[in-house]
Write a new protein. Structure first.
Length: 234
């Protein structure tokens, strides 16, 4: 007797899945030569469905950014003890997402670099991160001058993008630790009292300097160093 159970419907592709298909088509055939219809056919969706998901062919390639901005907004909606750190953590979230999808991100970078239209779109997308970061800081820290929040958001975004380009365009083993260290440097520019780096890369405030005559004996040198160490404890 034939199985009369209904066939399982295929799981519809997410916007990011469709975007990844578009990136591969753009890379293989060229951005200008690839139509929205071709993307829809390759993704197994109708042309009308494609245009409901994306306003145009120009919009499809950055679909993961839309998703990430929504995640950041949700992250900022929760309570954080330090808004400055929260912004850095949000940037790290974006970096890690791209690192997980490095193959397709590298293909997209090649496609974007070949198209002025896409480069302009990418610039607009970067500004959305900056505005999201700055708006959060201004909301959570109303006593901070607005320009300070804007400058910090810009510095965090620029640092993230620099490290991300290193990851995408070179063989440097850039990871979350390197990004965290650079973002800590940004925080210290705006707040010198931020905690020093642990272990390798510790701040200069962790160094002990003892001054003594060149003729001093080893015992006298040890006493001088001990005196400096005791001074740091108080």
């Amino acid at each position: 007797m034939p199985d009369a159970s209904p066939a399982t419907a295929p799981t519809p592709l997410s916007r990011v899945d469709v975007a990844d298909i578009a990136v591969r088509l753009f890379h293989d055939h060229g951005y200008e030569a690839t139509s929205a219809t071709q993307i829809a056919e390759a993704a197994g969706v109708s042309r009308s469905t494609f245009f409901r998901q994306f306003g145009s062919k120009d919009d499809v390639i950055f679909a993961d950014h839309d998703e990430l901005l929504e995640q950041i907004s949700s992250y900022f909606a929760t309570q954080h003890s330090d808004p400055w750190i929260a912004v850095c953590d949000a940037a790290a979230l974006v970096f890690e997402r791209f690192r997980e999808r490095l193959e397709i991100v590298r293909l997209r970078d090649l496609v974007v670099r070949e198209s002025q239209v896409l480069r302009d779109r990418e610039t607009i997308m970067v500004s959305r991160y900056e505005k999201t970061f700055a708006a959060y800081l201004r909301q959570m820290l109303p006593a901070v001058p607005p320009l300070t929040a804007i400058r910090f958001a810009s510095a965090v975004t620029a640092t993230h993008n620099f490290e991300l380009r290193r990851l995408i365009r070179s063989d440097d083993p850039v990871g979350p630790d390197e990004l965290a260290e650079e973002l800590l440097s940004v925080r210290r520019l705006f707040s010198p009292d931020s905690e020093p780096r642990a272990g390798r890369g510790a701040s200069r405030s962790d160094l002990v300097v003892a001054v003594f005559p060149a003729s001093a004996s080893p015992h006298e040198m040890a006493l001088a160093i001990e005196k400096q160490l005791r001074a740091l404890e108080h």
